[in-house]
Design a protein around this ligand. Structure first.
Ligand code: HEM
Length: 155
């Protein structure tokens, strides 16, 4: 059973609003980036909102991406065949971390460790699922990410 006294990562981050601010700033810099900008040239204007919904659900918030956007299968379809390279993955991570600082997501060690842990995991899956001939599972729940070994420090 979840420990009710420990906030979710979504709550700690500031909820949907904070994650939307994050993805707005992030995709603004992605679009200007030489290495990964071209991959996103035709993205939906609401793409930042959809990715914020995904992140909020992963981090323990409401299951809006599953209910309103098609869940894991829909997200997966967007990565299939994109042949994301390791330098592109690293740039994606790096720009997201810059955006996290810019919008002032909580910068305590516990939150950032959990946040970067999911982002490393998720981007490595996105890269491998995007390779030609990849056969990732086509059905799966949206993953749920928690604090791991270091919940918020409470003296
Ligand atoms: C934790 C890592 C990642 C997450 C959570 C994530 C999440 C998502 C989601 C939710 C969508 C679908 C949005 C929708 O519902 O319309 C999407 C699409 C996409 N993602 Fe990712 N992604 C990740 C990593 C990456 C990486 C590393 C790249 C490439 C460097 C990438 C490239 C794309 C592209 C090109 C699309 C389609 C954009 C379009 O609409 O044209 N993603 N991603």
């Amino acid at each position: 059973m979840a420990d009710e006294t420990v906030p979710t990562l979504d709550e700690w981050a500031g909820g949907a609003e904070a994650l939307e601010r994050l993805t707005e700033v992030f995709y603004r810099s992605v679009l200007k980036d030489d290495l990964i900008g071209p991959l996103f040239a035709h993205m939906d204007a609401d793409h930042p909102k959809f990715v914020a919904m995904w992140l909020s659900e992963v981090f323990g918030g409401p299951d809006r991406y599953t209910r309103e956007r098609g869940g894991y299968p829909h997200m997966l379809r967007h990565h299939i065949g994109k042949a994301i390279t390791e330098p592109q993955r690293r740039r994606w991570v790096s720009l997201l971390m810059d955006a996290a600082d810019e919008v002032a997501l909580p910068d305590d060690p516990e939150f950032r460790a959990a946040f970067v842990g999911y982002i490393e995991w998720g981007t490595r899956l996105a890269r491998s699922n995007s390779q030609p001939g990849a056969t990732p599972p086509t059905e799966a729940p949206v993953p749920r990410w928690g604090w791991g070994v270091a919940p918020p420090y409470q003296p």
